[in-house]
Design a protein around this ligand. Structure first.
Ligand code: CMX
Length: 463
């Protein structure tokens, strides 16, 4: 699609939301006020843990971990979420079904609101409905993106991958970074978390306008509706993508953002954000780096790859293929030296509960969808083949094996866009981590690298 006409762009600019962020809940603490209450105790807690355990060894490091992508190396602290190999993710100790049960929902909705998940990630507490509504309104108020960022996106060729456009736009948001300005103005280390919080809130708030603009520029007519200050974040994102009237899609987005938000600290996107943030790069720069990691096919791009792979399979063996034909196709993928996208995981050793949550959503809302049925058929076939092939440590599906089928069902068929939605969601976890890192004074990351000859020298003469 060609770049949209200037007149259309101007029309969308004039539809900007014209109100300012601030306090939207009357009697209860806002997220920032609650954090300000929690931070001093957490600083003392960390001091106490370091005083008591700081000099103790924490498991052996073996040479294979230096060569092997640091699998299992204990190296990071992050309270927001913890990943258990067997059980999967817990957000502040809560499983996905527990979050679905406990976190506030939209009126008439059944899925948790991502606003509530962000509150939980940051504070470990379940917010009230009023606090969640306050966050929705605050994000709506902060949602407009600068005109020059709109222009950057409008000038991108539609052939530039949506993830590259996303990363460009997020990097450019650093133009208005409160943290970068405060740092230049000589802010004290103790105050770092305040402007980091403001940038993080702005970052999350502006992502729907960026994602919507990319989607409309690349796949539509470039026209973008306005954010509605009375709607929740997912509803507004759905509207910007053109699916605001579809209640099923809006519910899906609420679940989607919640389960994709965070996956402990060591995955590529979360760790990259933390690493870059540790140089005191502001949240926009840090999260843009996260996005570049998420855009890799072994990480977030796998949701695009799954759909591509399914479509290729269908064009080769037909739409209602037998189990035998599917098995043959899976083997041909492996024999071609490729991975089966959506299967395997660096930490998990069981079916990803994020996959299960999406499967349950599909069983409830789209049980007869043909692509959902194919995803289910593959689930019954791939693990045995991966086990037989004998390489993958985890033969079970991950989050990316399912998400594309759900989006396709509701009409979001442009698979190149899928990782952008993963990126919008991942901002919640990365932002929460950056805020706490600045609050706790996390230092510059600087692990040690070794040369192979140094390794040989260290172990010379030892068996
Ligand atoms: N298909 C084929 N081979 C696979 C495989 C899969 N789905 N998963 C792992 N393997 C292979 C690895 O490529 C590796 O092969 P080599 O020894 O030839 O290098 C071997 O099995 C051992 O790998 P592993 O220890 O089980 O897995 P890793 O921790 O190295 O990698 C992951 C994890 C996710 C990159 C890998 O399972 C994979 O490539 N999966 C497909 C891509 C995918 O779905 N990624 C999304 C992950 C979730 C996310 O981040 O969004």
């Amino acid at each position: 699609m060609a770049a949209p006409a200037r007149s259309i762009l101007r029309a969308s600019r004039s539809a900007r939301v014209a109100f300012a962020p601030g306090r939207f809940s009357s009697s209860q603490p806002t997220l920032k006020e609650r954090l300000a209450q929690l931070i001093p105790a957490e600083i003392e807690n960390v001091k106490a843990i370091r005083a008591e355990h700081g000099k103790k060894a924490f498991g052996p490091v073996v040479v294979d971990q230096l060569y092997g992508g640091m699998r299992g190396l204990p190296a990071l602290i992050w309270e927001g979420s913890v990943l258990d190999a067997e059980e999967g993710i817990r957000f502040r100790g809560k499983t996905i079904p527990e979050c679905q049960e406990l976190l506030p929902r939209a009126p008439g909705g059944a899925e948790p609101l991502p606003e509530a998940l962000f509150w939980l990630l940051l504070t470990g507490e379940i917010p009230t409905q009023e606090q969640v509504t306050g966050l929705s309104k605050d994000w709506a108020a902060r949602s407009a993106i600068p005109e020059f960022v709109e222009e950057i996106l409008d000038r991108c060729p539609p052939t530039l991958h949506p993830m590259s456009q996303f990363s460009l736009a997020v990097t450019a948001l650093n133009h208005n970074s409160a943290f970068a300005k405060a740092y230049q103005d000589g802010v004290s280390k103790k105050e770092y978390w305040g402007p980091t919080f403001e940038d993080s809130m702005d970052l999350i708030a502006k992502l729907p306008n960026i994602a919507g603009r990319i989607y409309r520029n690349v796949f539509g007519d470039g026209k973008l509706p306005a954010i509605d200050p009375d709607k929740d974040y997912s509803h507004n994102l759905a509207t910007l993508l053109g699916f605001g009237d579809n209640a099923g899609f809006v519910e899906l987005l609420r679940l989607y953002i919640t389960i994709h938000s965070d996956h402990e600290g060591g995955n590529v996107s979360a760790h990259t954000g933390k690493l870059v943030g540790s140089a005191l790069s502001d949240p926009f720069l840090a999260f843009a780096a996260s996005l570049n990691g998420l855009a890799g096919p072994l990480h977030g791009l796998a949701n695009q790859e799954v759909l591509l792979w399914l479509r290729k399979m269908q064009s080769k063996i037909g739409e209602n293929a037998s189990d035998e034909a599917v098995k043959e196709y899976v083997w041909s993928t492996l024999k071609g030296g490729q991975v089966v996208p959506g299967y395997g995981h660096a930490v998990l050793r069981k079916t990803d509960p994020r996959y299960t949550a999406q499967r349950e959503f599909a069983l409830k809302h789209l049980p007869d969808d043909p692509l959902f049925k194919l995803v289910g058929q593959i689930y019954n076939i791939v693990p045995d083949i991966l086990l037989e092939a004998g390489k993958a440590k985890n033969p079970w599906p991950n989050v990316d094996a399912h998400s594309g089928a759900l989006l396709t069902h509701y009409g979001l068929t442009q698979m190149q866009f899928y990782t952008v939605l993963f990126g919008v969601s991942r901002a919640f976890g990365v932002a929460a981590q950056l805020i706490w890192d600045r609050a706790l004074g996390a230092p510059l990351e600087r692990p040690k690298s070794y040369s192979s000859s140094a390794i040989q020298k260290i172990f010379q003469g030892r068996t």
